[in-house]
Design a protein around this ligand. Structure first.
Ligand code: GDP
Length: 356
């Protein structure tokens, strides 16, 4: 399954944030055969459509979509050269599919900043540099191999690969993330083999003081946005770990929480969508990669569904809500039968027909 990793310098609020997320952890009894990993949180993804379907069907069982989030302890300057537990952290990042980058923009004299003073832009640059250095190391090794193949065997594939790697090299030398360039589908296929750290999508979690968060002002926000736009574009979510803790303690209005938005955004950058199966027994959200076709989507439910796939019967969520019932949707001619080429859309309500 795809997962997000939480990354950032020490003392920026990563563990606090991870603990807040773990608090939303799905009860372990829902996963009887899984070992519990303290560094992994599995949380439900909120969705109004899911809630609405449950309200209508009043099912015996409800299974929302989930997101996995991994806590990756503090990265320090020099990690790419093995400082701290650098290489271990970087290999953990490699295992994740996208990054939550926690950035400290709160002042608190009680809490030391490892780089002495609060400066989120410098911090983002430090983290970015470490990831870039690590990618350069991987790239260097790979370029050697490719050059060898070209020199010895005049290998055609190797030449093609070298063109792509040279483009990566130029980007990294400019300290740009691999993902900021335009890549065509063939290039993406080749790049996928390397799992460059800077090819991962990033969501920036800007940790503010509770006060700044509530008044929606912080002196760093403009500079943070500028840095992100020029260096590595990604969604920015200002929040406050401290404020979220106060919400848990009942001292603040839960409507001001950003946790749900953080989770939804992670789900979105992983390029995941879900379709629903819905009836009186169960309402369930099934996670698939965007662009999945109907048989692959059926396979997520059960491999037999994919093997024996006949067709998918589909209602659009909005049509179902507007019409009020499945029969009304059918009467309006909006209950569709789709074949194996159908690309599943987010929010489709599907009933699969299959041969056993
Ligand atoms: P990590 O090293 O990045 O995992 O950081 P921690 O989550 O352990 O946080 C370091 C310290 O900062 C802890 O004492 C937290 O209570 C504190 N902290 C985290 N977030 C906030 C915040 O939003 N405001 C303030 N004032 N303190 C925070």
């Amino acid at each position: 399954t795809l997962k997000m990793g939480i990354v950032g310098l020490p003392n920026v609020g990563k563990s606090t944030t991870f603990n807040l997320l773990s608090n939303l952890n799905i009860p372990a009894e829902n996963y009887p055969f899984c070992t519990i990993d303290p560094n992994l949180a599995k949380v439900f993804v909120d969705d109004e459509r899911f809630d609405k379907l449950c309200e209508i069907h009043k099912p015996k069982s409800k299974v929302p979509a989930t997101l996995s989030i991994m806590d990756i302890a503090g990265l320090v300057p020099g990690a790419s050269k093995g400082e701290g537990l650098g290489n271990a952290f970087l290999s953990h990042i490699r295992e994740t599919d996208a990054i939550y980058h926690v950035v400290r923009a709160f002042d608190d004299p009680e809490i030391t900043h490892t780089e002495n003073e609060v400066n989120p832009v410098r911090d983002m640059q430090i983290i970015s540099d470490e990831l870039v250095y690590k990618d350069q190391e991987i790239l260097g090794k790979r370029l050697e191999e490719v050059n060898h193949k070209i020199n010895r065997f005049n290998d055609k594939d190797a030449k093609e690969e070298k063109e792509i790697l040279d483009k990566v090299d130029a980007l990294l030398k400019a300290k740009k993330w691999v993902r900021t360039a335009d890549w065509n589908a063939t290039e993406v296929d080749i790049l996928n083999k390397y799992m460059f750290l800077t090819s991962k999508p990033v969501v920036y979690l800007v940790n503010l003081s509770s006060e700044d968060y509530m008044r929606k002002k912080n002196k760093w926000l403009v500079k943070i946005k500028e840095w992100i736009t020029t260096n590595c574009p990604g969604e920015i979510i200002p929040y406050s770990a401290d404020h979220e803790k106060q919400i848990l303690e009942g001292k603040q209005d839960s409507k001001t929480s950003m946790m749900s938005r953080i989770i939804k955004t992670g789900y979105k950058v992983l390029d995941l969508i879900y379709f629903f199966t819905a009836g009186p027994d169960e309402v369930r959200a099934w996670t698939v990669r965007a662009e999945s076709r109907a048989p692959q989507a059926a396979g997520v439910i059960h491999t037999d569904f994919e093997k024996g796939f006949i067709c998918a019967e589909i209602m659009k969520y909005d049509d179902f809500i507007a019409a009020g019932s499945e029969n009304a949707v059918k009467a309006e001619g909006k209950y569709y039968q789709k074949g194996k080429e159908y690309v599943v859309q987010d929010g489709d309500i599907i009933f699969f027909k299959f041969n056993v």
